[in-house]
Design a protein around this ligand. Structure first.
Ligand code: CDT
Length: 307
């Protein structure tokens, strides 16, 4: 038996500050059409796919940043993407900045089914970077100023004839993200990212960005017997170079498709969701082999405690 979902990882090149939403939506629709040509059931777009990565600038009055956020989804400007996807019978996953009616700001990703219905909304859990202006940096990574962390955590939803989970960028570096979804039987995890090559707090990590990216997604896939779809917004955006290397990772931990540019590029793979059971039914049979009785520290403490 096999349950095949053909997935497109729709990597994007940079979105500069003066690019309009309408221009960006046109690019997304082009990628969606490429996905249709490749026979995709689902196309995954990056984190903050509608705008430039605005947390690289700090502003004292956050309301001056409201224009980077979406207050409704779909909206008049994003509706053409929903319409085209429905017409092509392709689902999609889209990352964007969300401003709620009661004033909360989240880094959000939605999952849309082939019939155009929004089946799930995920809000980023692990918010990296800093809260305050750090003027000595070459660029800011003030996500902790612009977004509050989700209190909803990691869900898994029935969609695309399988069990689909989502995470966003920095979430992929944390094994807990994958495991919480693994414990809900996840079969495919969708993850958009914006990863600057230059890591200001420790530049020795710059050369390792690609290695760390594949390291975490390949191990997360393998250790939880899940497909992982990692999708970048790469290239030089407003002077900041960001990692491409979007990839589709099998439950074996193997990379089955990978982007070779840092621009708009669609890669795809036929993902057999039944392949997950080869891992979750053997080495990673959680019910048989996990030892939650000795994992208490994982949820009872946050930082390191030295006895
Ligand atoms: N967007 C995002 O989460 N980027 C982070 C950069 C970490 S450095 C502040 C990432 O983990 O790739």
């Amino acid at each position: 038996m096999s349950r095949i979902v053909t997935v497109g990882a729709a990597q994007m090149g940079p979105i500069q500050k003066d690019h309009t939403r309408t221009e960006v939506i046109e690019r997304l629709i082009t990628l969606l059409r490429q996905g249709h040509q490749a026979g995709c059931d689902l196309v995954v777009f990056p984190e903050l796919a509608l705008t430039t990565f605005f947390p690289r600038w700090f502003i004292d009055d956050i309301t001056q940043a409201d224009h980077w956020y979406e207050t409704e989804m779909p909206s008049p400007v994003t509706q053409p993407l929903f319409d085209e996807a429905k017409k092509l019978k392709i689902g999609f996953c889209l990352g964007y900045a969300e401003l709620t009616t009661d004033g909360h700001r989240f880094n959000t990703q939605i999952l849309v089914e082939r019939d155009g219905s929004i089946v799930a909304k995920y809000r980023k859990v692990h918010i990296p970077g800093h809260e305050h202006n750090e003027p000595d940096r070459p660029f800011q990574h003030a996500e902790r100023y612009y977004f509050e962390p989700s209190m909803e955590g990691f869900g898994v939803w029935k969609a695309f004839d399988g069990r689909i989970g989502m995470m966003i960028c920095n979430d992929r570096r944390w094994p807990e993200s994958y495991r919480v979804m693994g414990l809900q039987g996840v079969e495919m995890i969708l993850c958009g990212y914006n990863t600057p090559i230059h890591y200001v707090p420790d530049p020795s990590q710059d050369i390792l960005q690609g290695f760390h990216n594949s390291l975490v997604m390949q191990s997360g896939a393998y250790q939880n017997g899940s497909w992982v779809i990692g999708v970048a917004k790469g290239g030089v955006e407003e002077g900041v170079d960001s990692l491409g290397q979007s990839m589709i990772v099998a439950p074996s931990g193997q990379i089955v498709a990978q982007a070779f540019t840092t621009g708009d590029e669609l890669i795809s793979a036929r993902c057999d969701l039944d392949w997950c059971a080869k891992y979750t039914g053997t080495l990673f049979d959680f019910e048989r082999y996990r030892r939650p009785e000795v994992y208490g520290r994982i949820t009872s403490q946050r930082g390191v405690v030295i006895d």
